[in-house]
Design a protein around this ligand. Structure first.
Ligand code: ATP
Length: 244
C-alpha cells in the first residue's frame, strides 16, 4: 500500500502505543516504523518495555491506546493468530519450542497452514540450509537441544511461515558467546536475503552489528532513534543512550 505521496508504507508501524499491566504503565507512547528489507533493533535495559512493545505489536497484550499498522492498514482489531496469518512472525523471549516434538516436527508446525507438502519440505530445507546444526538433529526432541540450538529452532520455526516481518525478542538472551555469534551470523545471512527483521536486545553492540536502524527505549518511551551506524561510530552517543 502507498501513502499520499505515493511512497511505500512501512511494513510495520506502531503509532503512540500505550500498554498497562494494571497500574504499571509499561509502554508509554511508543511509535516506530520498520521498512521492507530493514533490520531494526529495539535496544534498552531490563524493563524498558521492549518485550511489552513487541507483544503489543503481536496482539498478545491489550493496548490501551495507539495503533499498529501492517503495510499501512490498521490491524488493531485482529487477534494474534490473525496477525500471524497476515504476515507477522514472532519468536518470543525464552524461545518456546515444543519440547516433546522433534526438530523436524517443530519446523513442520511452523507451516501448519501450508497444505502443499513439497512446499513445506522446501521451506524445511531452507531452514536447514541456514542452520546446518538443526539438520544434524532433525529427529532429536526439542527439549534435549542446547539453549542455542533451541533459539535456532525458534527462529527457524518462525521463518517457516515466510513472514513479511520477523520479530525476535532477545535472541541472544542466556546464550554462550559462541552461540550468540552463530545466531547473529545467521541473522546477517537472513538479512542479506532481504527478510525484514525487528529484534530486541539488551546487548546493544551485538544488535548494532547487523541493524540498519535502532530505537533506544527508556522507561517505556523511545529515548532516541538513529541509523545503527551513528550509534556504532559515536562513542558519546553510545555512552549517553546505552551506557557503554
Ligand atoms: P526485559 O529485557 O527484562 O524483558 P523489557 O525491556 O522487555 O525488559 P518488559 O518486559 O516489556 O521490558 O517490561 C516493561 C515493564 O512492564 C517492567 O516494569 C515490567 O516489570 C512490567 N511488566 C512486564 N510484564 C508484566 C506483567 N505481565 N505484569 C505486570 N507488569 C509487567
Amino acid at each position: 500500500m502507498r501513502d499520499d505521496q505515493g511512497k511505500r508504507a512501512p511494513v510495520l508501524s506502531a503509532r503512540d502505543l500505550h500498554v498497562y499491566y494494571d497500574k504499571v504503565h509499561a509502554v508509554q507512547g511508543i511509535s516506530l516504523d520498520v521498512h521492507a528489507g530493514e533490520v531494526v533493533a529495539i535496544l534498552g535495559a531490563n524493563g524498558a518495555g521492549k518485550s511489552s512493545a513487541m507483544r503489543a505489536l503481536m496482539g498478545l497484550v491489550p493496548v490501551r491506546s495507539g495503533s499498529v499498522l501492517l503495510e499501512g492498514t490498521s490491524i488493531d482489531a485482529l487477534r494474534s493468530d490473525q496477525r500471524v496469518a497476515r504476515g507477522l512472525g514472532y519468536s518470543p523471549e525464552g524461545r518456546r519450542v515444543f519440547g516433546d516434538l522433534t526438530v523436524h516436527e517443530n519446523l513442520q508446525m511452523g507451516a501448519y497452514v501450508v497444505n502443499d507438502r513439497d512446499e513445506v519440505s522446501a521451506r524445511v530445507e531452507t531452514v536447514y540450509g541456514m542452520f546446518p546444526r538443526l539438520r544434524e538433529r532433525t529427529r532429536q526432541l526439542a527439549a534435549t537441544l542446547s539453549g542455542g540450538e533451541q533459539q535456532m529452532l525458534a527462529i527457524g520455526r518462525a521463518m517457516m511461515r515466510r513472514p513479511k516481518v520477523l520479530m525476535l525478542d532477545e535472541p541472544s538472551l542466556g546464550l554462550a558467546p559462541v552461540m550468540v555469534k552463530v545466531i547473529y551470523q545467521t541473522l546477517q545471512r537472513i538479512r542479506e536475503q532481504g527478510l525484514t527483521l525487528l529484534l530486541s536486545e539488551q546487548s546493544a553492540h551485538i544488535a548494532l552489528a547487523v541493524a540498519d536502524r535502532a530505537y533506544v527505549f527508556e522507561n517505556g518511551r523511545v529515548a532516541f532513534s538513529a541509523p545503527a551506524q551513528d550509534l556504532r561510530n559515536d562513542p558519546a552517543l553510545r555512552a549517553s543512550y546505552l551506557g557503554a
